[in-house]
Each structure stands twice: as structure tokens, then as C-alpha cells.
Design a protein around this ligand. Structure first.
Ligand SMILES: Cc1cc2nc3c(=O)[nH]c(=O)nc-3n(C[C@H](O)[C@H](O)[C@H](O)COP(=O)(O)OP(=O)(O)OC[C@H]3O[C@@H](n4cnc5c(N)ncnc54)[C@H](O)[C@@H]3O)c2cc1C
Length: 455
């Protein structure tokens, strides 16, 4: 199907990726119809059970800039300079994310961001948004898109192609392609779930340092908190589903109170509605979705979480979904038909989304277990020193992922592994005097041997 001949695109799901993609495609002159299961979020209350705020980083920002929406997104953003690590003793210390002024990540409210993107999309006359339209499946061979009106309950069908499915981690489009044998799906569920809680302002002021992502790492589980623009924070408990130290054991208000008093004593005064919220708020599941292929013959493409949902521990699911949108938009310049476009999109993106899926899983261990480790802190310091000294060859992996959209996720993973070996070799060890300078001559020799210049 030629792009020049078919200038209309269906997008299924007007979440973060779907709404941004609509803006990008509309700017190219394509007519877009978005089908969204929920009511218009600019009028309705946000759906419960979704993460309330998210970390936005350079890859996401790069895509938002390309779509020309950053000016409207900026007021929603709160800079977080680093991880504020809260120990059980109550001691806390900031571990900066980067070492340059702009190397920060941003907390942004999901609902507000989605509202801005939907509003921007609707500012383009060639975008039509149909709310309360739930996709119940697609028939790619027969070129049909099946929809159910969630208000009237009526069902109807439309021509499918070309369509882009951005209907999220639980994608109905992906499920129906899999059921028809057109794709295979592997879902890798984590045995840890999450629950969100509220840290309200104290006497009208934020109860914690606003410019940090707070973590209470406890070895095997953790509590985190991200700031909101109304001076509250959203805290999230990540914990095993089963076992004596899991959600299953927190089956009464007394058990919850005891668990928090023991594990997070300094957080208890910050959570005045702990018992009530713990009982009422949903317990969310987390997992990684591997799908192949993502597209069927230029008729339908899975994008964002629908293609490659990941666990949230690197704060990159939305950023990766936004990067998908940017890459698809760039590839549109080079392709004349949807089949070739979707095919190249998948070839370009899959190695990168597989890489971030792996790094996101690894980051859970880092956040909940190793951030308190003296060796971790030492190697992080060494990595920062090497970056200052050899900025064209050595950038800590976390920084490559969060601050360097010009370095692909796959390249960050590959270089990160080489750098980790190098750090092992250069580690002065526990015995070395605190603050001892690393052997920079040896570091330079090893770096020149093993790490070619970036880019
Ligand atoms: C606890 C948690 C914390 C997270 N933190 C971060 C973070 O800090 N940083 C980050 O980058 N990412 C984070 N993520 C990941 C991020 O939420 C997702 O990667 C991102 O939302 C993906 O965008 P999407 O548009 O692909 O899917 P979604 O945002 O899920 O949007 C899907 C849309 O499709 C609609 N829809 C669903 N089914 C249908 C249907 N059948 N028919 C029509 N419409 C449908 C939905 O209503 C929704 O509007 C987090 C995720 C979780 C669970």
C-alpha cells in the first residue's frame, strides 16, 4: 500500500504514544483517526490503577520537541537531580544522576501529559478522535478493525489499514494478531507487584525535597516517590507478590502498619492515609512483553507498549514509546509504502527495545539492592571521573540511556558491558583511601584499547 495513495491512518489507543504519533503524522499532512477506549480525559477523571507520574528523560523530550509540543509540556515538568537514598536509620543522601547542569530527569503527571498531547493532536484539523471506542480485535487478512462503543455497547467494523496500534501493554490488537497466528507473544511477568500511595503536602509545602527521586531501598524490595506539581508526591511500593515479605502477607491494616513502621519508619509520617489507600488502591502487575513480528504486511503495526512493554525501573517505557514515534516519523521521509516503512521500523527498533527491556530489569536490582552498597557508590564515582576525563569515549551507562538520545539503547547496553569490565579492573578496592585518585594513565590505556570514540 503506497503512502502517497493512502493518506489516512488509523491509530488505536490515544495514550501517550498514540496521541504524540497523531501530532507527528498530522504535521506531515496525513489524516489521522484515533480510536480510544476511555472517555475524553480532558473532561473525565483519570483512570485508576495507572502510574500517576512518570520520569521523562532526553529521549522522550527529543520526540516531544520534534512534535513541537515542548512549550506546553514544560510547565508540567519537575526536575529531579538524582536519587535521594533513604536508609532505614533515617539517614539520606543524594546520588546525582549526572554531572552536568542539564543531566536531570523530570517527573511529569501522566494524565496532564496525555491531556496536552490529545489537545495538541486535536489542534490539527486532519485529526479525528473517537473516544469510548474500544477495539475488540482486528482481522488483518480481511482488513477489518472491530470496535465496540463503550457507552451504547454497539459493535461495528471499519477498514483497518493502514493502522498503528498504540493500545498499551494489554494490547487487544496484539492479542488478536497472535490469535490469528500472525505474531507470537511472550509475556515475562515479574513476581513483584506495585501499589501507589500519596504523600500529601505538609502545611501546604512539599513533605520531601522536590528535586529528587526518593528511594527507600530495602534489599529485595523498595519504596520510591516522585514529585507532583501540586506539592504532593506519589509513592510506589514495589514488593514480591507472595511470601512472608510480600503483598500476600500484608492482608490487614495492622500488618501494613507494622511492615511500614519496621521497613520505612521515616516514611510513615509522610503517608497519613496509608491504611486506607493500601486497602483501596489496586495492586499492579509488571512485566516485559516480547512480540515478533510487530507488523503484518504494511496493514498494521504495533508500537510503544503494545509491541514491547517493559518493567518501569529505568523510567524508560514512555521514553522508548516516544522514541518509537520519532523514529517512525523520520522513516516516513524515506519510504513510499507502508509495508517497507513498518518493516524498517521494526528492524531499527527491535534491537533497541530488547536492550532497554534488559537494562530495565537490571535496574530493579540496582535500585532496590545495590544503591546502598559501598562498592556501587565507589564505582559510580569512578565512572563519573572517567567521563569527565574521557568524555568522547566513556559515559556511564545510566547517562547514555537517560541523557544521550543520539546513542541507541543497544549501543548503551554494548558499551555499558565493556565499561563495567573496565571499572572492575580499575576499581581501587575497599582498602584504598577514601577519595584516592584512580590510576588515570592505566585508565587511558585501557579506554583507548577497548572503547572507540562515541559516534
Ligand atoms: C508503575 C509504572 C511506572 C512507570 N514509570 C515510568 C517512568 O517513570 N518513565 C517512563 O518512561 N515510563 C514509565 N512507565 C511506562 C509507561 O507507562 C508506558 O511505557 C507508556 O505509558 C507507554 O505508552 P503507550 O502509549 O504505548 O501505552 P499507554 O500509555 O498505556 O496507552 C494506551 C492507550 O490505549 C488505550 N487502549 C487500551 N486498550 C484499548 C482498546 N482495546 N481500544 C482502544 N483503546 C485502548 C488506553 O486507554 C490508553 O489510552 C511506567 C509504567 C508503570 C506501570
Amino acid at each position: 500500500m503506497r503512502i502517497a495513495a493512502e493518506k489516512h491512518v488509523n491509530i488505536i489507543g490515544a495514550g501517550l504514544a498514540g496521541a504524540l504519533l497523531a501530532v507527528l503524522l498530522a504535521r506531515r499532512g496525513l489524516a489521522v483517526t484515533l480510536y480510544e477506549r476511555r472517555p475524553d480525559p480532558r473532561q473525565a477523571r483519570p483512570e485508576r490503577g495507572r502510574s500517576i507520574n512518570l520520569a521523562l528523560a532526553a529521549r522522550g523530550i527529543h520526540a516531544l520537541e520534534r512534535a513541537g509540543v515542548m512549550e506546553r509540556v514544560r510547565p508540567l515538568m519537575i526536575a529531579m537531580r538524582g536519587r535521594m537514598v533513604h536508609e532505614r536509620s533515617g539517614a539520606c543522601a543524594l546520588q546525582p544522576y549526572g554531572q552536568r547542569e542539564h543531566e536531570v530527569i523530570y517527573s511529569v503527571g501522566r494524565a496532564d501529559l496525555n491531556r496536552v498531547l490529545i489537545d495538541e493532536a486535536l489542534g490539527h484539523p486532519q485529526v479525528t478522535l473517537r473516544f469510548n471506542q474500544q477495539c475488540t480485535g482486528v482481522d488483518a487478512r480481511g482488513n477489518r478493525l472491530r470496535l465496540r462503543d463503550t457507552v451504547s455497547g454497539s459493535e461495528h467494523e471499519l477498514d483497518l489499514a493502514p493502522a498503528i496500534a498504540t493500545d498499551g501493554a494489554g494490547s487487544a490488537v496484539r492479542a488478536s494478531l497472535a490469535a490469528a497466528g500472525l505474531t507470537t507473544v511472550r509475556e515475562q511477568w515479574l513476581d513483584h507487584d506495585y501499589k501507589e500511595l500519596t504523600v500529601p503536602p505538609a502545611a501546604g509545602r512539599p513533605a520531601l525535597d522536590t528535586h529528587a527521586l526518593h528511594i527507600w531501598p530495602r534489599g529485595g524490595f523498595m519504596l520510591i516517590a516522585l514529585p507532583n506539581t501540586d506539592a504532593s508526591f506519589t509513592a510506589t511500593l514495589f514488593l514480591a507478590r507472595a511470601g512472608a515479605r510480600g503483598f500476600a502477607a500484608l492482608d490487614s491494616a495492622a500488618a501494613v502498619a507494622k511492615f511500614f513502621a519496621t521497613q520505612f519508619p521515616d516514611a510513615v509520617p509522610l503517608l497519613p492515609r496509608l491504611a486506607e489507600e493500601f486497602a483501596q488502591h489496586p495492586q499492579g502487575q509488571l512485566g516485559t512483553v516480547h512480540t515478533a513480528p510487530w507488523q503484518v504486511g504494511g496493514k498494521v503495526l504495533l508500537l510503544g507498549d503494545a509491541a514491547h512493554a517493559i518493567v518501569p525501573f529505568h523510567g524508560q517505557g514512555m521514553n522508548a514509546a516516544f522514541e518509537d514515534c520519532r523514529v517512525l516519523d523520520e522513516l516516513l521521509e524515506r519510504h513510499e509504502d507502508w509495508g517497507a516503512l513498518f518493516g524498517e521500523f521494526e528492524r531499527t527498533r527491535r534491537p533497541n527495545t530488547e536492550a532497554i527491556a534488559q537494562m530495565a530489569l537490571e535496574n530493579y536490582i540496582e535500585m532496590r539492592d545495590t544503591v546502598l552498597d559501598a562498592r556501587f557508590v565507589r564505582l559510580k564515582g569512578l565512572a563519573m571521573t572517567l567521563e569527565r576525563r574521557f568524555p568522547d569515549r566513556f559515559i556511564p551507562r545510566y547517562s547514555m540511556v537517560m541523557f544521550h538520545p543520539e546513542i541507541t539503547y543497544a549501543e548503551a547496553l554494548r558499551r555499558g558491558a565493556l565499561q563495567a569490565q573496565l571499572l572492575e579492573q580499575l576499581d581501587p578496592g575497599e582498602g584504598a583511601a577514601a577519595g584516592a585518585a584512580p590510576d588515570l594513565d592505566r585508565a587511558e590505556k585501557l579506554i583507548r584499547e577497548r572503547l572507540p570514540p562515541i559516534g
